[in-house]
Design a protein around this ligand. Structure first.
Ligand code: SF4
Length: 233
């Protein structure tokens, strides 16, 4: 498993205190990415699945407040074979697991069977805009979303809100996201920040990305109208 960063984090990467692994490589190139060093498929440090599993076992005492292990990225699902193996071993050892994913993997229906807590990004609802900003096709993400809703899967959808990118039309989001059964889905808005800006080696493309309190309130209001449950972590 290729990893570019690992460490403990409380509350932002799933419940409780968690050991978070950032897996190298992403199939998107979002210009607001706060971990640009994780996008490339080169770099990172190679660990065997056994090394990861043993490290998790040794860290058990740290998984307080309902914590455990989170796999994020980059895009964690791109290393799906190793990921599946580690997830299975952690579940067998009763360790809580979570993944953060951009939602495009064709292996997500299989991976989710072995994950306790799923976080999935939803960056835009419009196919063309999505493609322009992320470089990826939205269709696999929509298929996965529909499937996960159809099986009543617990899902935490995270929507980064970026001025001039995706804040114009909250209804566009709400309409697509409410098409399926969302009884077990919660939504979280992540207002734009620039924590990763300094890490960009190429020119940072986002200017004036911060959202206003008003823009955020509009999203909260529209999602409430569509009976989409929102949370804040
Ligand atoms: S999907 Fe996530 S990790 Fe990949 S480029 Fe976009 S923000 Fe970065």
């Amino acid at each position: 498993m290729k990893i570019f960063f690992k460490g403990f984090n409380y509350s932002q990467d799933g419940p409780g205190n968690r050991l978070v692994y950032h897996l190298q490589g992403c199939n998107m190139h979002c210009p607001w990415c706060s971990n640009p060093e994780g996008m490339s498929f080169t770099g990172g440090t190679e660990y065997s699945t056994e090394q990861i599993v043993q490290e998790c076992f040794r860290s058990r005492a740290m998984f307080f407040s309902g914590g455990g292990v989170t796999f994020t990225g980059g895009e964690a699902t791109l290393q799906w074979e190793d990921l599946l193996e580690v997830l299975k071993q952690l579940r067998a050892a009763n360790i809580h697991t979570a993944i953060e994913t951009n939602g495009t993997s064709p292996y997500l229906p299989e991976i989710q069977k072995h994950v306790d807590y799923m976080m999935m990004d939803f960056k835009h609802y419009d196919k063309e805009v999505f493609q322009n900003f992320t470089g990826a096709n939205i269709d696999p993400l929509l298929r996965n979303y529909e499937y996960l809703c159809s099986i009543g899967r617990q899902l935490h959808i995270r929507i980064p809100l970026i001025n001039h990118v995706n804040v114009e039309d909250p209804k566009g989001f709400a309409e697509i996201l409410s098409r399926f059964d969302t009884s077990n889905v919660v939504f979280e808005f992540l207002p734009y920040h620039e924590y990763g800006k300094k890490k960009w080696k190429t020119e940072y493309q986002i200017t004036d990305g911060f959202v206003s309190a008003d823009q955020l309130r509009r999203f909260q209001k529209v999602f409430a109208e569509y009976h989409l449950k929102t949370i804040h972590t």
